[in-house]
Structures are given as structure tokens and as C-alpha cells.
Write a protein that binds this ligand. Structure first.
Ligand SMILES: [Zn+2]
Length: 482
């Protein structure tokens, strides 16, 4: 175990300083400096402390079925089109048939776990919008698996029901949307199948969201619902296109995925921005630390998958359903394939100059979609067994040889599994948390001879059996919400 962790660490160092740097043996020097930096703790101790392998998480990763995902994508494609403005009465074609089938699948899953899911439609009539001019019911399908001790705390996985072709207003042409985004819905259904076999402390939401292509409506409706109902929504894992492994650039690769995460949060006030200028946090929004969390899950639990955390809200000038959640201040990321194929996105089915266009099922790799689904399922499980991410985290230490972090105690009744807290820190240009120290069940801890200026810091909560929350960066910039 240590060997793989050590190589992860080396990979981070290597990513940070470049492979040639490592090859020249300067890696040893960097490691040496790190040892000095952490005083009495060695890097090996830190890494061993930082992580304990969880058998149940391996079990969840393995339980995800590529066959089920293939079957579900086939079914979704069979509705011909899932355009938001398409047919709703037919049982075999259009968005109405598609959402009724998704609802019936969630109901079936719930049935097999003793009605452990609350399944419901969530709808709003939209009109007067550029892409929905006439009154149209936008209907998402939501399933909630209630937590056993902290019901109001949620993590969420989503995919999108709707599909489109070249003309975004064309609601009659065949629009299979196999990868965009039947893959995300199929992954969400499969994660629900697997995770519904377990009981968690926090609640998990599985969302098949509507109206994405017409203007991110389903996400906006659910995000507003979460806000109005005071959901402590700690993570949105939006899955949009998780099955394509052949890029338009000719690369064929099933070993990497992307996690898009915004920088400074959209809800930041001018006053908070001013404070951040002096204390940092530009690269430590809760969405970023959620992305780092998922990135480590990939290294530890998902075989043959390395994720790239991308420091952007989404692809360049493009959108996805995590954004409406980010708009309201909720931590959220987009998980997707690394190599997109634009001939297979938003295209009329046709052959032109020998090129075949269209988002058909032959462009989906089911094993790869299963791998990304495992990544979601394990991340959701780990966060839902962990205590709530630390609240009211603050930091001090200017002109002192030490750094002090403080936070508020988590309520015991809702977090009976809480063992204590762990401080994390890293070099300011390091992509991933590097050093850590478990400090026990306290609400303040001081790192001696660690100068605040030279690192970024955060705190995670840890359960009795070793499940950890994402790392929370101090202050408004990094807060996961109270
Ligand atoms: Zn799309």
C-alpha cells in the first residue's frame, strides 16, 4: 500500500516540477526539504497517517456493472429523441416516455432495497426563453437515499435526460444522445443500484436532470429547491458525457478523466474578495477541494484511472448542470471523459464527405462509463460515511513561527461516527494536499514551526473507521457551508 501511495506522492511532485526534474534525482532533494518542513514528522508518516484503505469502497467500485449501463443507454436511445420540446404522450418516443422510464427504474431500485429511495418528479413550466419560447413542462426525476444520522446533509450525482441535434430547436429528428447524456443518466441509475445496498450517515441524491441543452433549467430548479429547503448540499457530481474514449484529436484513451472545478466562488462578496486578496483561497474553493477529493479516490480505488483536475468552471465557453449549483454557492464539479469527439455531439445523424456524424451508441465505451460511475459511487459513499466537512474554519499565524487552525465542533447527534479532525497542508503551487496531521477531537490545533506564509492549509473531519470529509480551506473562500 505504501508503495502506491509513495508513487502517488512522487507523481504529484513530478507533475509539479516536471518529469526531467525528478529523473535528475532532484526529487530526493525536494523530499529532503519536505522532511525539514514538517519537522518531527517524516513524509512517510504523514502519508501513512493520511490514508487507510477501505475494503467497502473497493467493493463498491467493483459492483458497478458495465452491462447495466449498456442496457440503460440502449433503452434511453430507443426513445428516438429526448429533446425537451419533444413528444410527451407517447409511451415509446420522446422526453415523456424517457422520464417515465427513468422514474420506473428508480422505483424498481427502491423496491429492491425496502423502499430506501424517495423518488419524485420535479417540474416547472418554462416559457419565454430563447430555447423554450412556448410553455413547456421541464421535468427532472429525483431519487433521495436518506442518511441514517445526518439526513439534512446531502451529496448529489447527476446526469441529463435531454438530447439535441444540430439545430437546438429541432425536437422531432432522431437524437439518440447516447453519450450526451444517456451515459450520465445510466451512470446515475447504476450508482443508485449499487449504493442503495448500503446505509450511510448522510443523504445521497440521484438526479436525472431535464432541460440541460435548452439552458440548464433542471439544474437551476433543483439548486433552488435545495436552497429553499435548507439542504446542506456538500457536493454536486455532475456527469455529462462519461462514455467516449476516442477524441476528435485522434487520441484513444480509457485511462483518464476530467474533473472541472471553478476557482473563486460565484457568490463571493466584494468584501470577501478583498480579504481573500490578503489571505489566499483563489485555488481553494470548496469545488476545487471536492475535485481534489475525487482525484485521490481515483488514485486509490479506481484501477487504471487517473483524473485531471481542471482549474475551470467547465470547458472553454461551454456549460453544464453543475453551474446552477455553483451559482448558488454549492460545491460542485463536472466529471467527464478527457477526449471529446465533436462529430458525435449535437449533430444531425448523417454522413457527409465520408464522415459519419451523430451521437450514436457505437461511440460509447461501456467499460469506461462504468469506471467513471465507480469513481462517482465511491466518492459519494466515502463522503456519506464521513462526518460533515468541518464548519467555521479559521486560521491565524501572521509573524509567528507557527500556524493555528480553529473550527467549530460538529454536532454529536448528527455525526456520531466522528473521531476527530485532520489538518492538511501543501506548497502553494502544489496541485494536491501533501502533508497531514491527525490532531484528535479538538477545535483548534497549532503546527509548530510551520510558517503560515509558505503553505496552504485546510481541515478535514475523520470518522472512527477512517472515512474523511473533503479538506476545507479556511474562511468564506473555502467554506463548504454550515
Ligand atoms: Zn450536450
Amino acid at each position: 500500500m505504501f508503495v502506491s501511495l509513495y508513487s502517488n506522492y512522487r507523481k504529484e511532485i513530478s507533475a509539479q516540477y516536471g518529469a526531467s526534474f525528478v529523473r535528475k534525482g532532484i526529487f530526493t532533494l525536494v523530499l529532503g526539504l519536505a522532511l525539514v518542513g514538517t519537522s518531527k514528522y517524516t513524509v512517510a508518516d504523514d502519508i501513512a497517517l493520511a490514508y487507510e484503505d477501505k475494503e467497502k469502497l473497493h467493493e463498491i467500485a467493483k459492483a458497478v456493472s458495465a452491462k447495466n449501463i449498456e442496457q440503460d443507454i440502449k433503452t434511453l436511445v430507443s426513445f428516438g429523441t429526448r429533446h425537451t420540446l419533444s413528444e410527451t404522450e407517447s409511451e415509446t418516443r420522446g422526453i415523456g416516455a424517457a422520464r417515465r422510464w427513468i422514474k420506473s427504474e428508480f422505483d424498481k431500485i427502491s423496491n429492491q432495497c425496502g423502499e430506501c429511495l424517495e423518488v419524485f418528479y420535479q417540474s416547472e413550466v418554462i416559457s419565454g426563453e430563447r430555447r423554450i419560447p412556448n410553455p413547456t413542462e421541464v421535468v427532472s426525476v429525483i431519487a433521495i437515499q436518506r442518511g441514517s444520522t445526518d439526513q439534512d446533509r446531502y451529496v448529489l450525482m447527476s446526469g441529463d435526460i435531454d438530447s439535441r441535434v444540430s439545430d437546438v430547436m429541432d425536437f422531432t429528428s432522431d437524437s439518440p444522445g447516447a453519450n450526451d447524456n444517456a451515459s450520465g443518466v445510466a451512470g446515475t441509475l447504476e450508482a443508485a443500484r449499487v449504493l442503495s445496498q448500503y446505509k450511510f450517515n448522510g443523504s445521497i441524491v440521484y438526479a436525472a436532470l431535464a432541460g440541460e441543452e435548452q439552458g440548464l433549467f433542471g439544474g437551476r430548479i433543483l439548486a433552488e429547491y435545495a436552497k429553499e429547503n435548507n439542504w446542506q448540499l456538500k457536493a454536486v457530481l455532475n456527469n455529462d458525457m462519461i462514455g467516449n474514449i476516442e477524441g476528435i484529436n485522434g487520441i484513444v484513451n480509457n485511462t483518464t478523466a476530467r474533473i472541472f472545478a471553478e476557482g473563486t466562488r460565484q457568490t463571493e462578496t466584494a468584501q470577501q474578495a478583498r480579504l481573500r486578496r490578503f489571505t489566499g483561497g483563489e485555488v481553494d474553493s470548496p469545488s476545487r477541494n471536492l475535485a481534489r477529493y475525487i482525484d485521490l479516490i481515483a488514485d486509490r480505488y479506481i484501477e487504471n484511472l487517473d483524473t485531471m483536475v481542471i482549474y475551470r468552471l467547465d470547458r472553454f465557453r461551454r456549460g453544464g448542470h453543475h453551474r446552477p449549483f455553483n451559482d448558488l454557492g454549492f460545491p460542485g464539479v463536472r466529471i467527464m471523459e478527457t477526449n471529446e469527439h465533436y462529430d458525435r455531439q449535437h449533430q444531425d445523424l448523417r454522413t457527409e464527405n465520408g464522415i459519419v456524424y451523430g451521437d450514436t451508441i457505437d461511440g460509447v465505451n461501456f467499460d469506461y462509463a462504468a469506471k467513471l460511475t465507480s469513481l462517482n459511487a465511491v466518492s459519494l459513499a466515502a463522503m456519506s460515511w464521513a462526518p460533515k466537512p468541518p464548519i467555521e474554519v479559521s486560521i491565524s499565524g501572521a509573524v509567528q513561527p507557527s500556524t493555528t487552525l480553529s473550527w467549530s465542533a460538529l454536532p454529536k447527534d448528527k455525526n456520531p461516527q466522528l473521531k476527530g479532525y485532520k489538518i492538511y497542508w501543501r506548497y502553494t503551487d502544489a496541485p494536491q494536499w501533501q502533508f497531514s496531521r491527525y490532531v484528535g477531537n479538538v477545535t483548534t490545533a497549532t503546527l509548530e514551526n510551520i510558517v503560515i506564509d509558505n503553505y496552504f492549509f485546510g481541515v478535514a473531519s475523520v470518522s472512527e473507521d477512517g472515512y474523511e470529509s473533503p479538506v476545507v480551506y479556511p474562511g468564506a473562500a473555502g467554506a463548504f457551508g454550515e
